[in-house]
Design a protein around this ligand. Structure first.
Ligand SMILES: C[S@@+](CC[C@H](N)C(=O)[O-])C[C@H]1O[C@@H](n2cnc3c(N)ncnc32)[C@H](O)[C@@H]1O
Length: 388
């Protein structure tokens, strides 16, 4: 399984170190990555081989401080072969040839040839980019969060305006247009959203009692904010977002592409800005839309693996800001899908200690906060969830 946020969250211990010590650390990281993801035929195999090959591993030395991680190296190479499908390495990528046409055998000779022939270009990418994620399958836990948010407030009859903080390309804002399906270990399944959508999000529902998913409320407004929003019409930026996905993980690239096709003509607006300073503006964007279609009775502000990149003091400023904004709407919910101990104001719940993604709810009705609660935990990409 990919790491929590595809390796974006941790700052490395390599800042400022440009000597051979840094290269050794990079090689060790490739070795660790290759061991952890040994089951991935492309990334697992290649990572272990890079660890043994200082010439190839050295490309990552040009990364910005804190960014020298195998995922960046892989994203740069993936971006290159997405642009140049004639290169030898390209035939090992499911995102290029399709999963059914993948060859068997050792990808390393082709990968090494490609990397060394394009070393300057890859070095430039590694030096100027950072990895980015917009994981469509997280719709599974956002749908569970919405179910919990509108519970007791007219459930699916509720008309909600969605505001995503750290929305990236805004793909999670389209969740009601996707087929979202959960299966409990005992069998049976729950499907919400648009059952006939080609965007298929799936997760295992480990909840003990009733299913985590319930019919989605009507979404009458949607808007996001991100400090680096990815416009769906921006070919380069969208390709980089795709390049950051791991082609080895079945369904991931396919789901991403299906979501682009679904939302491409009518993408949810994501404004460029800071999620703390610009939350009111993003909420205004969503409310303009909902007003145009009859109004909403509930604003649901949410973040998924975004607050964790914001300093702790700033998260407190955000919490105060939301509390103030709650005065201006009948009902406001703040749903968070973030690692443990990230979100201010959530109660301690021993079941959520290990995360990895904690699903939290804070709600205000007519400006007054009702008790906050943790509603469950989930896999960082929605592969499983458990609500209580
Ligand atoms: C790991 S990505 C998650 C994207 C999306 N929420 C998802 O779950 O797929 C984190 C996003 O948060 C954004 N971000 C981080 N700090 C931010 C800030 N202070 N203001 C606005 N966006 C921020 C990043 O640009 C990035 O797009």
């Amino acid at each position: 399984m990919p790491p929590a946020a595809d390796g974006q969250q941790a700052r490395d211990d390599d800042d400022g170190d440009v000597g051979t010590g840094r290269l050794e650390r990079i090689r060790r990281r490739f070795h660790e990555f290759g061991t952890e993801y040994a089951a991935l035929p492309l990334y697992g195999t290649v990572s272990r081989r890079v660890a043994e090959d200082p010439e190839v591993a050295a490309l990552l030395v040009s990364a910005q401080p804190g960014q020298a991680r195998p995922v960046l190296w892989f994203a740069a190479l993936h971006d290159l072969v997405l642009r140049r499908s004639d290169l030898p390495a390209a035939r090992w990528y499911a995102s290029i040839v399709g999963r059914d046409a993948l060859p068997s055998g050792d990808p390393w000779p082709d990968v090494r040839t490609t990397v060394l022939a394009h070393a300057d270009e890859l070095r430039r990418l590694v030096a100027t980019r950072t990895t980015q994620t917009n994981e469509v399958n997280r719709s599974v836990y956002v749908a569970a969060g919405l179910a919990a948010a509108v519970e007791g407030a007219g459930s699916e009859q509720a008309r909600v305006a969605l505001v995503e903080l750290g929305a990236s390309a805004g793909l999670l804002l389209g969740l009601d247009r996707y087929r979202i399906e959960t299966t409990p270990p005992s069998g049976g399944r729950t499907v919400v959203g648009n059952p006939s959508s080609r965007v298929r999000c799936e997760g295992l529902d480990r909840s003990d009692g009733r299913p985590a998913l319930r019919p989605l409320p009507q979404v009458v407004g949607r808007a996001g904010v991100d400090r680096e929003p990815v416009g769906l019409a921006d070919e380069d930026a969208v390709r980089w977002l795709r390049a950051c996905l791991w082609p080895d993980v079945p369904g991931r690239v396919e789901r991403f592409d299906a979501a682009l096709r679904e939302l491409g003509a009518n993408p949810p607006p994501v404004r460029a800005g800071d999620l703390v300073d610009d939350v009111a503006a993003a909420m205004g964007d969503a409310l303009v839309q909902s007003d145009a279609s009859g109004g909403s009775d509930h604003v649901v502000v949410y973040s998924s693996w975004a607050l964790t990149y914001v300093e702790r003091e700033r998260r407190l400023v955000l919490a105060d800001g939301l509390s103030a904004l709650a005065d201006s709407v009948p009902r406001l919910t703040w749903f968070t899908a973030e690692p443990p101990r990230c979100v201010p104001g959530l109660p301690h719940d021993p079941r959520a200690q290990a995360g990895p993604t904690v699903l939290g709810l804070r709600s205000w009705v007519s400006g007054r906060e009702v008790p906050a609660r943790i509603v469950g935990v989930a896999h960082p990409h929605g592969a499983w969830l458990e609500t209580w």
